[in-house]
Design a protein around this ligand. Sequence first.
Ligand code: FMN
Length: 423
Amino acid sequence: MLTLPERPEVDQKALALLCDDFEKFRREPLPQSWETYVLERYRIDLTTRYGGKVIKNPFGKASGQLSHQLHQVKADAVAGLGFCVLKTVIAQDAGGSQSMKAWAIPVTRMQVEPIQGKDGTWGWTVSWKGRGWSGTFEEYLRFMERSLAVGREHNMLVVPSVKYHLPAPDETTWRVDEYAYTTQELYRIWRQQCDDPQMPLEKDFSPTLAGSDLAAQKGKILEWLRKTPKLIKSQLPPGAVSVGIKVFNAMFEDEFQLTMLQTLIDEAEDGVRADYLIYANRLFDPQREFDGQVGIAYGGPDLSARNLKVLRWLREREQAGAFQNPVPPISATGDIGTGKMALRYLLCGCENFQMHTLFQLPRQCFPKKNGSRIEKALHKLLFDPEDGFLVWLIHGRMHYGWADNDGITRLQGLTRRVERSVG
Ligand SMILES: Cc1cc2nc3c(=O)[nH]c(=O)nc-3n(C[C@H](O)[C@H](O)[C@H](O)COP(=O)(O)O)c2cc1C
């Protein structure tokens, strides 16, 4: 079993390099192509994958309030994020009817607050009452079109996100026309902007869904997971869409999370499986209150603790040969605010990291005093000599042999190679 120590242990030379960079980029902008800088200076290749696509680095923006305007996407691209998942749009049919309309409500006040986990650790959560994209679908298509153009210019993968119809426990029909129209329109925009014939797409199962009557029955949730990959994929020619299922934290016991994953891996309808998973969206607390609403989603240390626990179980099951099919690639989300937390997800076999809360933290949380919030977050996430991603990768190289024969530590492949257990 690999146990990460409290603090990374690296030699003086590596530490001096990191301290220099941490101090330097506190004052100066990050290098234009900071992956190249990292490769040359630290012999760390951050290239990895998202939904089967090669991306220049593993850090991305998770879908939400920080990816619903073009200027936000531009800031992500300029700061050098590897990918950006756009705000979730609510699916509709050609006539504009939306069965999940209750999720298309306007943005409300958001509050970033400290939160203490059950184990006593402090972290951050964002409280709000909003849900999905509240503009029209046509506005979303225009937004996506422009975002894709920005992404192309800066080599940042841009990914749409959709909340499609899900039948309630007493409902048997699926609004397939909503799946068809929404998927085909998004793909039309994708093809106008991108040479790549395969569009990545996240299917969001949100935490507020977990707290709704819709998700009251385990059997119904499993039916959603069995059917949605096929429902999305069958709307386009084979291979045209790479479907990522963003798994939610249901209100049931932890073991049920594993049942959900097992269903996605081995029980997909007609064997049409998700191409990748995003694990896992925020927790839902039916008692937590914000702005007069009782029952809201939250994040912080309890979220990462639950996610990592379930991912560890998943890998143990995988190693024990419990699945008939390979576990799809996993994109991590949930309380990723330090390099160490990113590494802990990586040790569970996740190949990239998507963040939301980190990019909303108060300015005083970041040592870097200039640049955008995204740059400040990246500076801390990468170069922090005590807890940054680079110092932890160097730790791994020195103590666990995380390097190829040429001495370079490559993220791609490391996800699979590292022992999948975490301290
Ligand atoms: C204010 C807010 C809005 C969000 N909106 C969406 C959304 O529209 N679609 C989605 O898939 N996830 C949404 N999320 C979830 C995030 O994408 C992310 O997966 C989750 O917050 C866990 O990451 P974090 O701990 O870094 O915040 C939202 C989260 C927050 C805090």
